[in-house]
Design a protein around this ligand. Sequence first.
Ligand code: ZN
Length: 147
Amino acid sequence: MGDLRDLYQEVIFDHYKRPRNFQKMAGADCCADGHNPLCGDQITVYLKVRDGVIEDVTFEGTGCAISTASASLMTEVLKGRTTAEAEHMFDGFHTMVTQPDPEAHPELGKLEVLSGVREFPARVKCATLCWHTLNAALHKQSSVTTE
Ligand code: ZN
């Protein structure tokens, strides 16, 4: 388990240092701002949606390693998914980071690297901020806060 944890931390650190899809999107179909006042994380998620499929997703903002890495990983797994699949992944992700003994969620793939935050309840909001923000954007809400 120790090796796995090291690997997970390495992946998180890599996504924090070099976040993927980290840019403002011109001509986004929807976007939303998310704020986690507990930690000071602030992100904006941009989406391009065609016929219920997420064609492109980007984000920008400032935050801690967990919130930045989580958003970066989220953008990687969401491209090409339907909005229904995205909502299902949000549910699965939320369960993974909050339940002490979650069932396996194979659909989450590389998001598994964030499963360790469930041992740090204060960081759960950092990890889920991008998903709440995505959800707000999909439902045409302009902003969301974890509080
Ligand atoms: Zn944070």
